[in-house]
Design a protein. Structure first.
Length: 183
């Protein structure tokens, strides 16, 4: 496991929608904390089916690399069709989810909330955000997708569900980007 800062973090993959077991070494006998669903990660090294990934906070672990969901090499273009014109509503919702979680954590730490009530208060909260200078990757739980933003526009980067051509979602068509073994 690495706790070193992660300058220049560039997500190359997303953890599958059900999360992903993780290991300290490419050895099934050394499990560690599993990775959260839809967490963006950077693939650092491959050893057969094993993949060493780094998270935006610098933490790293070994995972089954066959299960990682690949994302496009470059963030999508944010000009023209396919982008959501204003990132502020999604940022506001993300800020509220973080504030709700923080409030519950503070109450739990103060002893005014027990573990069961904490679980009830935080159930359904989902938040994911990576900010790297002007670039931002933000999870939109209402749409089940990661979006890329450059400060002006948001564009779908990866999604945890398939979208058919028949749906009118109000944003660019998206698709599940999966490794060969999961197609």
């Amino acid at each position: 496991m690495s706790k070193a800062p992660s300058p220049g973090f560039q997500p190359t993959h997303v953890v599958p929608r059900r999360g992903l077991p993780a290991w300290e070494a490419p050895d099934p006998a050394r499990p560690t904390v599993p990775l959260d669903p839809l967490l963006p990660v950077e693939l650092v090294e491959r050893r057969g089916d094993w993949a060493y990934v780094r998270c935006s906070n610098g933490w790293g672990a070994w995972v089954d690399g066959r299960r990682l969901v690949a994302v496009p090499e470059d963030p999508p273009a944010t000009e023209g069709a396919g982008g959501t014109a204003d990132p502020l509503p999604l940022l506001t919702r993300a800020g509220q989810a973080l504030a709700d979680y923080r409030s519950a954590v503070e109450e739990l730490a103060a002893g005014t909330l027990d573990g069961e009530d904490f679980e009830d208060r935080t159930r359904g909260l989902r938040l994911g955000i990576v900010v790297d200078g002007e670039a931002m990757w933000l999870y939109d739980p209402e749409e089940g997708r990661w979006v890329y933003g450059d400060g002006r526009r948001l564009t779908t980067y990866a999604t945890d569900r398939e979208v058919t051509g028949e749906e009118d979602t109000g944003h660019a068509p998206t698709r599940l980007v999966a490794p060969e073994g999961e197609r």
